[in-house]
Design a protein around this ligand. Structure first.
Ligand code: HEC
Length: 103
């Protein structure tokens, strides 16, 4: 019981500390929650996650242009990429996550 309480406390502390910070895990969580639906399989020509070749021509546009695409939407991608609470920094982290090779 004591151990259980302690792990609960650690868990709670961990999630408090983790919230708001763009940790690698938080980025992956957001990816799974919002971007994954389309970017896992490449729905409607979406560049696939960790497919560096597919992302290369996109990345060449520059991070600001990509950030604008997500925020305003692009063809089949809805504005915001279906993430209602992503900040600019989170979008940038998500774009980096998706355009990098599988870790
Ligand atoms: C409903 C499906 C869908 C979701 C959800 C979605 N995307 Fe996309 N995304 C697309 C499609 C389709 C394209 C390709 C658009 C095109 O070039 O025609 C795309 C392209 C992009 C691009 C490249 C834009 C460019 O200018 O070339 C970025 C960056 C991107 N998505 C980021 C994200 C992020 C970050 C998320 C999650 C917050 C997300 N997307 C969620 C469908 C989606």
């Amino acid at each position: 019981m004591k151990t259980l309480m302690r792990s609960a406390a650690i868990f709670l502390f961990g999630s408090l500390v983790g919230s708001g910070l763009a940790t690698a895990d938080a980025v992956e969580d957001k990816y799974n929650q919002y971007c994954h639906i389309c970017h896992a399989t490449g729905v409607a020509n979406a560049p696939k996650v960790h497919d560096v070749e597919a992302w290369k021509p996109r990345m060449d546009k520059g991070m600001d242009a990509l950030l604008n695409s997500v925020k305003n939407g692009l063809n089949a991608m809805p504005p915001g990429g279906m993430c209602p609470d992503c900040s600019d920094d989170e979008y940038k982290a998500l774009i980096k996550f998706m355009s990098s090779p599988k870790p």
